[in-house]
Design a protein around this ligand. Structure first.
Ligand SMILES: [Zn+2]
Length: 65
C-alpha cells in the first residue's frame, strides 16, 4: 500500500472558512487564504460597515485624514 497521497493540507478562506484547495502533505496542515468569492466579499463589507457603526470614532478619524 503506497497510496499515501492523501490531501491532509487544506487551504481555508480566513473569512468564511471555505476550503479553497487541498495539498498532499504528510501531516494535517491548515493554510489561511482568501477565497475571492463574491458572497464572501459581500459578507466582509457588511461586517466592516457594522463595525464602523459601532465605533463612530473610527469614522471621524478617517474623515479627518
Ligand atoms: Zn471566503
Amino acid at each position: 500500500m503506497t497510496d499515501k497521497a492523501l490531501d491532509l493540507g487544506v487551504i481555508i478562506c480566513k473569512h468564511c472558512m471555505t476550503v479553497i484547495d487541498t495539498l498532499p502533505t504528510e501531516r494535517v496542515l491548515r493554510y489561511y487564504s482568501d477565497c475571492q468569492e463574491l458572497d464572501c466579499l459581500m459578507t466582509r463589507v457588511k461586517e466592516e460597515q457594522s463595525s464602523y457603526a459601532a465605533s463612530p470614532h473610527t469614522l471621524a478619524a478617517s474623515r479627518q485624514s
